[in-house]
Design a protein around this ligand. Structure first.
Ligand SMILES: [Mn+2]
Length: 499
């Protein structure tokens, strides 16, 4: 979806999630300014049962002059409603009726009912997403220091002070935004009130430790959900703790925050699991959060108190998957069948043709920055999901045939090259041609009957999650020799070998 598509509406309400954080406010504010300067009638609003009390957020709104309105009574708007940093219909945003709805968000997709949506869960913040969408419309946020400072702060808070940037676009935005450093310093040091300091302290005294799962559970007095996050960040630093769940109970239900510092548990996946069928959860690898609705909870779990409930679910979560380390996998696996993998097409670029010899450069792709020292006789390969590989020209000629056409596939981040010295970007899309593998490969594969988390080896930090029904594939002549293929992908690209 593009921002300009929404210009058909003359009235636009932009809704932040309840208990707004800097990211939702910054993203909403940037959208507000964009549509306002195009002459639209715009409102920036939020709802929910509590008004903003966090000192840093109040300061952000005041200093940057953000026209955010609290509208707890509002039931309906005319024109278009955009929910930002949240998804219409989800538990963390009060439902307001509207003729048309759009979603701009970076959490895991929860709804497909709303067709106008731009959801990119690989980004660290919604601010990044909005920034990218504004760039596409050639709206330069650096012309407006309030907007650029807000976006910068949105990413800052959603990425734990830039320590959790994983996507290239997050880094692109951080590197290019102008911001007000004095304000930023003040904001960083006004996170909680004295009252909240006390709530956090009392909660920590009553924490309970579960040795088997190396998990700490903390129940806090009713408070702003951001405080749950602070408590859990703190508790995670305990040496024998791998997972933290901090929760608070309200009349509407249970709000919780999840943290993990171990590679085989992703906080967002655990957060989803904890509220499965009775609420919703989400987040990122190390940090997640969720909400359980009181009514649903009473229906299924009224015999458990919240502590018991979380412990039961946590134990189930651990039993729900198998860990597989590729380097320790024993072959032959008798459950596997041989298949033919049809030749794959990729994008290829002769690096020497675009970068002078001896100039150091960085290849930025969706997952990582790769630092390179030479372009001599190297070919860059781009795969269908945006991964890159650099191989020698010789090897390339042996394995691939070049096609005449450009490699034109929709990627949400097409790899770019940054020349280290000049900071100049080269957009590779314009230089990439299609190539196709010369030979078919034989692989072994089986369908999964239980979820798996697949690691390359003990050092590997990121697992690939395989769900029931997906295929586990072994391909011995490839560096990454085990991988997971979704059922749909597998059926399209692999053929069974008849014996
Ligand atoms: Mn966010």
């Amino acid at each position: 979806m593009r921002l300009r598509e929404l210009l058909v509406y003359s009235e636009i309400s932009i809704q932040c999630h309840d208990n707004p954080d800097p990211d939702t406010i910054a993203s909403g504010f940037a959208l507000y300014c964009y549509y306002k300067q195009l002459g639209k009638k715009v409102r920036l609003i939020y709802s929910g049962d509590r008004k903003i009390t966090k000192p840093n957020i109040i300061m952000m709104i005041e200093v940057l002059k953000i026209p955010l309105e609290y509208v707890p009574e509002l039931k309906k708007v005319t024109g278009l409603l955009i929910t930002v940093d949240c998804q219409y219909g989800a538990g963390n945003v009060t439902r307001i009726e509207s003729d048309s709805v759009a979603i701009i968000d970076h959490h895991i997709r929860e709804t497909s009912i709303v067709t106008k949506q731009e959801i990119r869960s690989e980004l660290a913040s919604s601010a990044t997403l909005v920034w990218d969408m504004l760039c596409c419309e050639e709206f330069d946020v650096n012309q407006y220091i309030e907007i650029s400072t807000a976006l910068y702060y949105g990413l800052f808070t959603d990425s734990s002070a830039f320590t959790e940037l994983r996507h290239a676009l997050d880094k692109d935005m951080r590197d290019s935004l102008k911001y007000d450093p004095i304000l930023l310093r003040k904001l960083k040091n006004s996170i909680i009130t004295l009252k909240e300091l006390e709530i956090a302290g009392m909660a920590l005294i009553r924490s309970s430790y579960n040795k088997a799962n190396r998990c700490v559970m903390v129940k806090a007095q009713e408070c702003d959900p951001n405080i749950l996050g602070l408590i859990s960040d703190f508790a995670l630093q305990v040496d024998c703790v791998n997972v933290v769940i901090v929760y608070t109970e309200t009349i509407q239900g249970i709000k919780y925050s999840v943290r993990s510092c171990v590679k085989d548990i992703r906080a967002n996946e655990l957060a989803v699991f904890l509220s499965q069928d009775i609420g919703n959860g989400g987040g990122h690898r190390d940090k997640g959060a969720g909400f359980i609705s009181r009514n649903c909870y009473e229906l299924y779990y009224s015999h458990l108190n919240a502590d018991e409930y979380f412990l039961t679910k946590l134990t189930k979560y651990y039993q729900n998957y198998d860990l597989i380390y590729c380097n320790r996998y024993v072959l032959p696996d008798l459950a596997m069948q041989p298949y033919k993998r049809l030749p794959v097409s990729k994008g290829c670029i002769d690096l020497e043709s675009i970068i002078p010899k001896g100039v150091p450069f960085v290849i930025r792709c969706q997952k990582e920055d790769i630092i390179c020292t030479t372009s001599a006789q190297r070919i860059l390969l781009v795969e269908s999901e945006g991964q890159v590989e650099i191989i020698k020209e010789e090897e390339f000629k042996k394995k691939y045939d070049i096609k005449p056409q450009a490699y034109n596939i929709p990627l949400n981040y097409f790899p770019r090259i940054k020349i280290s010295e000049s900071e100049q970007f080269i957009y590779l899309k314009n230089y990439t041609r299609e190539c196709i593998e010369k030979t078919e490969r034989v692989v072994w594969a089986r369908a999964l009957h239980k979820d798996i988390k697949l690691f390359k080896d003990e050092e590997d930090e990121y697992y690939k999650l395989g769900k029931i029904g997906d295929y586990l594939v072994v391909c011995q002549d490839r560096e990454e020799f085990m991988y997971i293929s979704t059922k749909d992908h597998f059926e399209r690209h692999y053929k069974e070998i008849e014996e």
